[in-house]
Ligand binder design. Structure first.
Ligand code: SF4
Length: 296
């Protein structure tokens, strides 16, 4: 059996999925808050078609309904090879319902509308995108490689191809200095892109990530617990989704929220406001449990 090269990452919601490591590492590998592939010095590479097909053959089973194509941004693969990979996953897994992967905004924009439609017709139904922020100054500082406007365009492009979007937002990533702008601009970006899923995480500065060095030097100040919750409140209150999941249940967060917008919005905002205004500790995740998280 072909071994997977470690470390390999996948979204928490893909824990039970058939994982196909078609690419190794991340072709961007430049975000300042991310140590995922830096610590292991993982160089990006794409596997060859026969190797990918052998992996699919070896690991397929009737038990899988979902598959995640790893690693950091598999959408960088040429459309033809990616399409053949997705079709092969469906061919070898008779109960397969959903294939997803991580995609960078730049890689989404580099695909034509026809490329994305071809991928959707092959069976790609969901792309996870690390938005992190809608604040262009923050995006530049963290070297995300995309602007707010490009991120909105990427969401619209996927929408036109009928591919769903799951976007991740990083509370605290603007630091104390950009905290409010980061929150308001992120809500504006989410409202304009209208993704089907929004997952909020809270930044934890980790050794190995450039932002950790800046934090140690005092050049980056992490917002405190209630400022992070204030960001959550602002984003929850100012985001309009036509029909989307709004979740902050990742272990890095102080307050787990599972809401469906617009149905649960008012109750969600009221709950967060109550905690922020009263500075309530009850129901918040402790630093000890937040610290257990070791991956993003
Ligand atoms: S956050 Fe994602 S895109 Fe950025 S370096 Fe890490 S794996 Fe690559």
């Amino acid at each position: 059996m072909i071994d997977y090269q470690q470390p390999m990452f996948r979204p928490p919601s893909e824990a039970n999925s058939l994982l196909i490591q078609a690419t190794i590492g991340c072709s961007h590998n430049n975000c300042t808050y991310c140590a995922m592939y830096r610590q292991s010095n993982q160089k990006f590479r794409m596997r060859k078609k026969d190797e990918i097909f052998k992996i699919i053959d070896e690991r397929s089973s009737v038990d899988f309904k979902r598959s995640f194509i790893a690693d950091g941004n598999a959408l960088v693969m040429p459309t033809k090879l990616l399409s053949e990979t997705i079709i092969e996953i469906f061919n070898k897994n008779k109960n397969m319902e959903r294939v997803s992967l991580y995609g960078n905004v730049g890689d989404i924009l580099r695909k034509s509308d026809d490329d994305l439609i071809k991928l959707q017709k092959s069976g790609l139904s969901l792309v996870y995108i690390g938005f992190e922020s809608g604040d262009n100054i923050t995006l530049r500082r963290i070297k995300k490689g995309a602007t707010k406007e490009q991120t909105i365009e990427a969401m619209n492009k996927l929408k036109r191809a009928k591919i769903k979007v799951s976007g991740m937002v990083l509370l605290g990533v603007g630091g104390k200095e950009r905290s409010f702008v980061h929150a308001y601009e992120t809500a504006d970006m989410l409202s304009k892109g209208d993704p089907e899923y929004v997952g909020l995480l809270s930044l934890q500065v980790r050794p190995g990530a450039p932002i950790y060095t800046e934090w140690e030097k005092g050049n980056f100040e992490l917002p405190d617990k209630f400022q992070i919750l204030k960001e959550l409140e602002i984003i929850a209150e100012n985001t309009e989704l036509s029909n989307g999941y709004f979740f902050s249940n990742h272990i890095s967060n102080y307050l787990p929220i599972k809401a469906i917008y617009p149905k649960d919005k008012d109750a969600t905002v009221a709950k967060i406001k109550n905690i922020v205004n009263e500075k309530k500790e009850k129901g918040l995740r402790s630093e000890y449990y937040r610290d257990i998280v070791n991956q993003y």
